[in-house]
Write a protein that binds this ligand. Structure first.
Ligand SMILES: O=C(O)CCC(=O)C(=O)O
Ligand SMILES: [Fe+2]
Length: 296
């Protein structure tokens, strides 16, 4: 006949098991499991990554801007803009120039006082979040017919090491027609006050037929179709979510990743074609990459 163990027996088991867990099992588990699987790691909501994944080299200063402690002065004058070269598209594996998807030129910004100040403000804005790295900044110049078709800024690569957590889309120059930043999956907010920042339907009717080349097609990777002036633009506005007007000095901020590390599909967006003049954009991208645990 089986009988319940005595309370004193259970207590003596515990006396042996607790140190075995604390000093043997727990250190072993910490060593072999990614910290996302260890419930006591609550320092960050993101966590399902693969310990064997390399991620990017977060000290590679051609990709990110390491916090190197170099002093800077926020009142400094902007200095360095390198030569413009054609912009590239990246599918998570390879980089290439593809003007059907992205037609613009880009120039790497030197990390002068102004850029360092922007990096610091971007970190502060996001609460000095741990494991967040500001990518090197590139200016993007769009001349007439320059555009960037609908895409995500994230690639779903967190499990392979890291991904783009957030985007500041800054309009450095907006001496142009067209060139709005479109989010087809977002809804127009209520209230005329938004028309300062977003394209509004009644503006489209007032304007008549001056704008073209702004249609957005449908399905994956649409964007640079053709429009038909006021009427066409009104129809487009009705079905095309929201479009931020490029206004010099303004910026749009959004987060790309959910708390579980997957990408928001609502962030599908495009740079609509510039129809005349020049737009200069600046992406301030924050790369999130938890530290790798060294095995062995
Ligand atoms: O220029 C814009 O309006 C958007 C640019 C963009 O989405 C990008 O560079 O990833
Ligand atoms: Fe983008």
């Amino acid at each position: 006949m089986s009988s319940m163990p005595k309370l004193s027996t259970v207590i003596s088991w515990l006396i042996y098991l607790v140190p075995v867990y604390l000093f043997v099992l727990n250190p072993l588990l910490q060593q072999f499991l990614p910290s996302s699987f260890t419930p006591w790691n609550t320092s960050d909501a993101y966590g399902s990554w693969d310990d064997t994944a390399p991620g990017i080299n977060v000290t590679d200063d051609s990709f990110i801007s390491p916090e190197d402690g170099v002093p800077f002065n926020c009142a400094g004058e902007p200095e360095g803009l390198n030569k413009y070269t054609p912009s590239i598209v990246y599918d998570g594996k390879t980089e290439r120039v593809d003007p059907t998807k992205r037609l613009s030129d880009r120039a790497l910004l030197d990390r002068d006082d102004t850029v360092r100040c922007l990096e610091e403000r971007a970190r502060a804005f996001q609460g000095w979040r741990p494991n967040l790295y500001i990518e090197r900044m590139w200016a993007q110049r769009y001349n007439a017919s320059g555009h960037y078709r609908h895409h995500y800024d994230w690639t779903g690569s967190l499990a392979r090491g890291g991904d783009r957590l957030s985007t500041f889309m800054v309009y450095l120059g907006a001496d142009c027609e067209g060139g709005g930043t479109n989010f087809p999956r977002l809804q127009m907010p209520v209230g005329k006050q938004w028309c300062r920042f977003l394209e509004c339907e009644d503006e489209a009717t007032d304007e008549g037929g001056s704008e073209s080349g702004l249609g957005s097609g449908s399905g994956a990777d649409s964007g640079a179709g053709t429009g038909t002036g006021g009427e066409g633009r009104l129809a487009r506005l009705k079905k095309d979510g929201i479009t931020f007007k490029p206004i010099k000095g303004n910026a749009v901020f959004w987060e790309n990743l959910r708390a579980d590390g997957t990408g928001y599909t609502e962030t599908w967006h495009a740079a609509y074609p510039v129809t005349s003049g020049t737009k200069v954009g600046l992406n301030i991208w924050s790369w999130y990459q938890p530290p790798r645990r060294k095995l062995g």
